[in-house]
Design a binder for this molecule. Structure first.
Ligand SMILES: *Cc1c(COP(=O)(O)O)cnc(C)c1O
Length: 354
């Protein structure tokens, strides 16, 4: 390609998702998916989908789906924005709400997609260092800024900040949009701050069906915010792609949303296995962050994170390793089934006694 042609192309370093290896006997604990299938109601609904209706564009109002979501939260349908996974919702939020010359702030150790969107949209950004123990340093977010993004619980640390700390950050930033990314909130004892959107018109809460609802494959996420903010988000989406929720996704998300019972069984099961995993790691001398998520973040003094990662991979067990300062000896391990976690713990034991 000639230089002048090349100059016209965007030069961007993309987000790198965890691998999606295929094959028998692979234990996949690297992308925080749910190890269980979605609600049986989803399977039933999938069988009944009328393919003859797929010639039509999807229903972009999604009234029923919004009503189902608002049953679990004290939120009105006009305070809900739906998207093709929360990654899309977050990307549209960045475009819609971060239009300042001042930097958007997020933690230094966090979801690596935030930097990618900031780069893609040309948004200035800065990071606020987590404390030594990977907890949030709220003071750093009181500096002047063009916006704030915090995942709570944070990824990949798994730690949930108390609601009071999050509220203080929102309260001190009345002139900026504060996005709280609650991808893992259902696994946390802290719970959602969604109801605070009625108190703070600068708050956006983002959630997803990818983790706790076991529906990463349908791509469905949403945001709660004051209806004026939602209207801006809708304007941005409609300047890009009006139909981000496809017909199949809408129908399956509705069914999952209605099945509160199955959802609770799944989440509780993951929390129990998380405890077993944490205890098993602790017995082998690992230090694990207190997790409010469906994954743990762990390390053992004197053990190389990269070596353990490579060893597990050679045994067909995929976890996540980040070659980054401060966390290069940590592994992020998704909570799988009890059986998967037993195999994992066994292999780690073998690694330690090589
Ligand atoms: C998984 C994840 C998301 C994205 O989830 P979607 O599958 O796009 O809904 C967003 N934020 C964080 C912190 C995540 O870990």
């Amino acid at each position: 390609m000639n230089k002048k042609l090349k100059e016209k192309l965007i030069d961007i370093e993309p987000y790198i998702p965890g691998e999606q290896p295929k094959g028998d006997g692979i234990i996949k604990l690297n992308t925080n998916e749910c190890p269980y299938p979605p609600s049986p109601r989803v399977a039933e609904a999938l069988k009944k989908i009328e393919s003859g209706r797929l010639n039509l564009y999807p229903d972009f109002v999604c009234k029923e789906l919004k009503e189902i979501i608002s049953e679990n939260y004290p939120i009105n349908p006009e305070e809900i924005f739906l998207g093709n996974g929360s990654d899309e919702v977050l990307a549209l939020c960045f475009r819609a709400f971060f239009n300042s010359k001042k930097p958007v702030l997020f933690p230094d150790i966090t979801y690596s997609f935030y930097t990618v969107w900031a780069e893609l949209f040309g948004i200035p950004y800065g990071t606020v260092a987590l404390r030594e123990d990977f907890t949030l340093d709220k003071e750093g977010f009181f500096e002047e800024n063009g916006g704030v993004v915090i995942p709570n619980p944070n990824a990949p640390t798994s730690i949930a900040a108390p609601k009071s700390v999050i509220e203080e950050i929102i309260e001190k930033n009345r002139d900026s949009i504060v996005i709280i990314d609650e991808a893992y909130v259902d696994f946390s004892e802290e719970g959602s701050i969604a109801a605070l959107i009625h108190k703070y018109d600068n708050l956006v809460v983002v959630q997803t069906y990818s983790k706790s609802r076991a529906l990463a494959g349908i791509r469905f996420g949403y945001a709660f915010a004051d209806k004026e903010l939602i209207a801006v988000l809708e304007a941005v989406r409609n300047s890009f792609n009006s139909y981000t929720i496809n017909t199949v996704t809408r129908i399956l998300a509705e069914e999952s949303g209605k099945d509160r019972g199955y959802f609770e069984i799944c989440v509780n099961s993951i929390k129990r296995t998380r405890q077993r995993l944490t205890d098993g790691l602790s017995d082998m001398g690992f230090v694990t962050c207190p997790s409010g998520s469906n994954f743990v973040f762990t390390s053992k003094p004197g053990i190389s994170g990269k070596e353990l990662f490579e060893y597990l991979k050679s045994k067909n067990i995929y976890v996540r390793h980040f070659d980054k300062p401060k966390i290069s000896d940590h592994l992020r391990i998704t909570v799988g089934t009890d059986k998967e976690i037993d195999t994992l713990l066994n292999e780690i034991e073998k690694f330690l006694h090589r």
